[in-house]
Design a protein around this ligand. Sequence first.
Ligand code: UDP
Length: 470
Amino acid sequence: MDAEVHVLVFPWPRQGHINPMLQFATALVDAGVQVTFLHTEHNLRRLAQASPPHLRLLSIPDGLPDDHPRGFLDFMEAMCTTGSTAYHALLLSLVSASDAPVTCVVADGTMPFAIEIPQELGIPALSFVTHSACSYLALLSMPKLVELGETPFTADDLVSSVPGMEGFLRRRDLPRGLYCTDQGDGDPLVLKFAEVIGRTSKACALIFNTAASMERPVLAHLASGTSDVFAVGPLHARSSSAASASLWREDDGCMAWLDGHEDRSVVYVSMGSLAVITHEQFTEFLSGLAATGYAFLWVLRPGMVQLASSALLREAVGAAEGGKGRVVEWAPQRDVLRHRAVGCFLTHAGWNSTLECAVEGMPMVCWPFFVDQQTNSRFVGAVWKTGLDMKDVCERGVVERTVREVMASDEIKAAAQAMAQQLKHDVAEAGSSSSELERLVRFIRELSIRPPSAELMETRAQAAVTVSGL
Ligand code: UDP
């Protein structure tokens, strides 16, 4: 282990952010770097798995009681106040430790304070982006889009001001909030994300969990900006037993259920860890799925369908025509996608789910829910052609038709498998993502061993005074 380099890795404390950053932390450890991984106290209590070896885990409070639902805006507010105060104090102690002080921070690009505080203290800070590069660029372009009136809307007009996507990106493919209304001045949630990304893009480097083979033109455009850009993904594909930290208990029973099915005969359905759907949408999905005649495995987290208990949902799925559905509250998703019985994934097109599908060569049916997912699903349907995009429509007939088409299409299957093949090369030794990871480790090492800046000397002196005054 290189004692001169000690990286603090700090994810936005949500499932879709913790896993890729944990895999990133593990990759750094494999490269001989000392890493401390920062959770919230609330999440650390919930984690089902043991932490990966050689990774030190620390936690800070998020300021909310355990039973708080942690909706985005409340959660962000709590993290920016209680969380950031605790983070500041922790950083002070970590950078001034006499033994292996922290030399560099890699923080989630969703939290400006997590990058700005170390920068103020004179510690180099890099931003880790857990979204796709294409949705990141679309979000960065948001102020310009608002100026031109090209805001998200359910319309097919092409958007002219997201660089490199002029030929295929429509207004309905732009990042959006929960509801797609034509708010000329932009959706408040999306504008908040755009502001956050605008701030964290000032980190000294941007790290994307993507591969150049998936998003080359977008990455090239981002690299022409001020920060260094590294495309090191898909990180989970580096090893068949990639690290994960599940906030829910996985229901492994579904693997034995899958064993009892023919090859490529099951539709796997999951909307990730955050989406909440209406009862009406649940009914349309259920009717459409039942009408396809395929068996399906559906992840329905408790509370995921508005105003309905888990027991009632299970009953409804069991009673659906054909009785071929199985419900779980949380699945071992990567194992499910790898299972020979699964023929397609009906997904919200969250970036982790999209990457996990891509790595397994699994065809997708996309029903994007919010923010980055609208842009991801457009890339699936129109650029990579590894699936179909239902976009704004949630009707039983459309669900049935789209699932049938994806399950039967040899072209989509071939495109998905070709992408999987390419990604295996990308993460193998000398592949583009592996080379990028090596370049990134060198970059972090150089930042860590250079003489401390005046700000960092000042920070260490202040920390020493605080300690001696205790
Ligand atoms: N996931 C899982 N089991 C499930 C559903 C999801 O392990 O039953 C994992 C999935 O493998 C992925 C993450 O949760 O790594 C969801 O991240 P994504 O970016 O797809 O969506 P988000 O939850 O952020 O909307």
